[in-house]
Design a protein around this ligand. Sequence first.
Ligand code: SF4
Length: 373
Amino acid sequence: MNSWLDAVAQVEALEDLHLDENLVASMRERWQGLSGSQVGRINFYTPSFRHHETSEVSACGKNAFPAISITGGECKLQCDHCKAKILEPMIPVRSPEELDGLVDQIVLDGGRGLLLSGGSDHQNVVHYEPYFPTIRRIKDRHPYLQIAMHTGIATPEFSRGMEDAGVDVAMMDIIGAQDTISQVYHLRRSVDDFEAALESLVSTQMKVVPHIVIGLHYGEMLGEWNALEIVQRHLPSALVLVVIMPQYASQSRPFATPPTGDVGRFFMDARAALPDTPVLLGCARPAGVHRSITDTYAVMAGLNGVAFPSDGMLALAKRLDRDVFVTPSCCSMIVGEEVLVLGEESGAKPLDHIPEAPRRRAALRDIPIVVSV
Ligand code: SF4
């Protein structure tokens, strides 16, 4: 293949995209110089919490990994980019006893894991402590149930509490700019506090999956590279990248949509910085054409996973000679904007052919799904 743009042109679903030719050329050049255990493989996750079906992947429609908020829809922090909206679709629980009963029902319904989340206090702490004994009992009762917890800023003691409770996966957002912490999060915390929290989490046996939100400073890139350096210093199990969704912000403090080129350049830098760590693109990213271009750059930059892949991504990855795998929704742990890595990509199936991606999404309903998972 002479050019990666030629590869894009061969995927009908992508033929109307306007890509930055210089960026694509530099992605190709950088790709050729990369080496590392995580360079070359890409996994497409098909989540279960909402309907997602393209011509290439099918959703099994089972909510195997529900998200639970221990504060319902309440969050004291009210960050400018979220205003607690991320909590709204989650199942609310208000006490450890309520969580205990809910989990039994989730297991009965075939659930394989769950995400515990919740709103923060004014210090960016989510108060899970009263839940730790219950989580321990739940894990003892259902040892195969995967439990992920989205923390705010964790202390070493808090991190050990999570570990002792049996939490499998710890997640937190890493913020690399003081102005973003002060202005977007309204927090009197420092970048060092976020780094110390990551350090305490990775010192446990838990899998740790930090997130970097691209465009977190009102849509501008500010602390992303510093956050990447923090992640580089503490080497977690995986890194998830998401792109800010401006529609959640209030009109009084609007967010811009980060340009796709900037997002793509950051993908490249993240890949180069962490050649031996899985770097994944999470569900949260602006929709429409922006999403298709973002996903295209994620594949070109060599990220290891894409949740909710746009139409054409599997075909593109195959045409770029990547080792392509598909993880069905009942095996992938994707909740809200979270993509988690479970074991050795449990349930991932290799894709050994280039799928045909039809041009018009409207016509997809009549076309058989080509990837069986
Ligand atoms: S990002 Fe987290 S802390 Fe901030 S408003 Fe949303 S739920 Fe609250």
